[in-house]
Design a protein around this ligand. Structure first.
Ligand code: P6P
Length: 338
């Protein structure tokens, strides 16, 4: 029997190996995140049985209907994290402004950005959904954290993680020293190491995009998809299309199997000219994870991790996956290839 390695032990070993002088705050912050996601997993996995499915009467800052589980997940993460003394400020996809540490509680050295439940419009159909986390160090001088601490480029992240609530609940994280996957064993309530040092194939044979938006795309994106579907591409056969419409699920498959996922800019919605996905708590943490698994993420012109954010909820086109496939996409998107 393989020795069970809990995520707690793995995080500690990573810290001892990488940051021997660390205070343990970062390690504890990661533990806190895993605790919050265990609670969310419990609710997601019984959602069909208790009155927590469906939508609230509210809209979030994105103008999207807030699902009951969205709100629940957001509250669980905020309440788990905001009094630990490890974060200075947080930002959530569900909350318009930054989330400050409550008065009379100690602030910490870290910044947590999160999408509490991505893909939540799929909840009622029992499609896999996920939580996404991005961790930065505080950079502002004074005690309490502030907006500028959240508006950092992705290359400054010190950690990133996602949890996929699917046929099993899996947590995938990196602190810059490889990408590691853990599967929740609900019988003991522990995340156990199941995918050691995940590496994405350099090239793949699967593409993942909502082709329903084809007519709204710029020409480069259209030509790229035409190329992928032709038998004259570099594979000599058409790519397979897989699209779940839940980013964490689509990206988890891409990370494990290889290939490319993209949500390009489109003219479909004048309010979202650069595409639908958000930079700070979706594209950036996923780009950090894919980078440390040997993959790459671009907005069509530049590495996602080099973008300097100006707004908490700013959107970005996203092309992410096997490095060779994303670099090829950039050539089409830039008009250097047709
Ligand atoms: P579309 C879910 O709402 C989400 O934010 C991502 O999880 C997913 O990749 C995308 O939107 C799907 O968007 O326009 O294809 O339905």
């Amino acid at each position: 029997m393989r020795e069970p390695i809990t995520i707690e032990r793995h995080i500690l070993e990573q810290q001892q190996r990488g940051f021997p002088k660390a205070t343990g705050d970062f390690t504890q912050l990661l533990y806190d995140i895993t605790f919050a996601t265990k609670i969310i997993s419990r609710e997601v996995n019984k959602a069909g049985l208790v009155e927590i499915l469906g939508a609230t009467a509210k809209e979030n800052v994105q103008g999207e209907t807030v699902q009951k589980l969205d709100e629940y997940a957001n509250d669980v993460i905020r309440q788990t994290m905001d009094k630990t003394g490890r974060v200075s400020v947080m930002a959530s996809e569900e909350v318009e402004d930054v989330i400050l540490v409550p008065q009379n509680y100690q602030t910490g050295r870290y910044v947590l950005l999160f999408d509490p439940l991505d893909g939540s419009s799929n909840i009622d159909a029992n499609v896999s959904i996920g939580s996404i986390f991005s961790i930065h160090r505080k950079i502002s001088e004074d005690g309490s954290g502030q907006r500028e601490d959240c508006l950092q480029p992705g290359y400054r992240q010190v950690g990133a993680a996602y949890v996929i609530y699917g046929s099993s609940t899996m947590l995938v994280y990196t602190t810059g020293n490889g990408v590691h996957g853990f599967t929740l064993d609900p019988s003991v309530g522990e995340f156990l190491l199941s995918h050691r040092n995940i590496r994405i194939p350099k090239s793949g044979s699967i593409y993942s995009v909502n082709e329903g938006n084809y007519t709204h795309w710029e020409q480069g994106a259209q030509r790229f998809v035409d190329y992928l579907k032709s038998k004259d591409n570099h594979l000599g056969k058409p790519f397979s299309l897989r699209y779940i419409g839940s980013m964490v699920a689509d990206l988890h498959r891409t990370l494990l199997y290889g290939g490319i996922f993209f949500y390009p800019r489109d003219q479909k919605d004048p309010d979202k000219p650069v595409g639908k996905l958000r930079l700070l708590y979706e594209a950036s943490p996923m780009a950090f994870i894919f980078k440390h698994a040997g993959g790459y993420a671009s907005d069509g012109e530049q590495d996602i991790l080099t973008i300097h954010p100006s707004e908490l909820h700013q959107r970005t086109p996203l092309i992410i996956g096997s490095k060779n496939d994303v670099k090829l996409a950039e050539e089409f998107f830039n008009g250097n290839r047709d």
